[in-house]
Write a protein that binds this ligand. Structure first.
Ligand code: NDP
Length: 269
């Protein structure tokens, strides 16, 4: 039986084992998919051991995606653009690294009828997940992509990486007032996970704004509740992105494209 795992810290509440077992049922294959706690300092030795122990693929989550990027001998184009890896596997004795986060987000947005092309998009946060999804958002030709972060230097760094090829990316300060109507606000901060307040620029939500929170929960997330209070009608959380990025990993490893429809309902029940 093929063995897979999601690695990270903390990892106890990961939904990935459940998602991959639902995909394996669809593919009519038997897999063993575990959640394994690994801390940053142990990354190289533990991952080496897992592959030596016969694991066919690893999903990588917080806080190890950058470590995985450096560990992989061969990186996909998406991974190179994002400088992040969430999927590791061995091909022809070479450790390969891929990121499926950005495409996972785009697929989920598309399933909700949201096409990025021509939209004014604003992303809150400039951490690991922002870094992974920004290249995919830019490749979909938004009219503008604004990055807002509590620590402005980090947003500036991200904007600088992409500005030359994508002049539509820009930075907005947390205490600035937004004058342009934002079509889509993506929350990629960990404020709600940490139970902290999230400061926002004035005028971020307009009557036509949609909000998408990368965080997810059974109930509405704190960010989406706040967006609703400010008049936002369409709010989504990141469960669909999680499912879609998992499906892309599953397809790489097992050459089977899972049907993601209805998986969210099974996970939320
Ligand atoms: P990081 O730790 O890499 O980045 C966190 C970001 O949040 C930073 O920009 C940080 O700002 C900002 N932040 C944290 N606290 C606050 C606060 N109180 N006010 C304002 N900004 C704050 O985390 P990730 O990017 O990896 O993950 C972020 C979220 O995305 C998590 O909730 C995670 O679960 C979710 N996620 C969901 C995925 C999915 O598939 N749905 C995939 C990946 C992540 P600063 O730079 O100032 O510290």
């Amino acid at each position: 039986m093929k063995k897979f795992a999601v690695i990270g810290s903390p990892i106890g509440h990961s939904l990935s084992p459940k998602i991959h077992s639902l995909f394996a049922e669809q593919a009519e294959i038997q897999i063993n998919y575990e959640a394994i706690e690994i801390i940053e300092n142990d990354f190289n030795s533990r991952v080496k051991q897992l592959f030596e122990d016969g694991y066919s693929g690893l999903n990588v989550t917080l806080p190890l995606k950058e470590k995985a990027f450096h560990y992989a001998d061969m990186k996909s184009e998406d991974a190179l653009l994002a400088t992040s890896v969430n999927t590791l596997f061995i091909k022809d004795s070479i450790v390969c690294g891929e990121t499926t986060d950005g495409r996972g987000l785009l697929l989920d947005l598309k399933s909700k009828g949201i096409e990025i092309e021509g939209l004014n998009v604003l992303i809150l946060g400039a951490g690991g997940s922002a870094k992974s999804v920004i290249p995919s958002l830019l490749s979909s030709n938004p009219n503008s992509l604004s990055v807002v972060n509590r620590t402005p230097e980090k947003a500036a760094e991200l904007v600088k990486i992409h500005k030359q090829k994508n002049p539509e990316i820009n930075q907005i300060g947390i205490d600035e007032k937004i004058h342009q109507e934002i079509d889509l606000v993506i929350n990629s901060t960990s404020a709600s996970t940490l139970g902290e307040e999230l400061a926002l620029p004035e005028g971020i939500f307009g009557p036509k704004t949609t909000s998408y929170d990368l965080a997810y929960s059974k109930e509405a997330t704190p960010f989406n509740l706040m967006a609703k209070k400010r008049g936002v009608k369409k709010t989504y959380d990141g469960l669909g992105m999680l499912i879609n990025q998992a499906a892309l990993s599953f397809e790489i490893w097992n050459k089977f494209k899972p049907n993601v429809k209805g998986i969210d309902l099974k996970l939320r029940s």
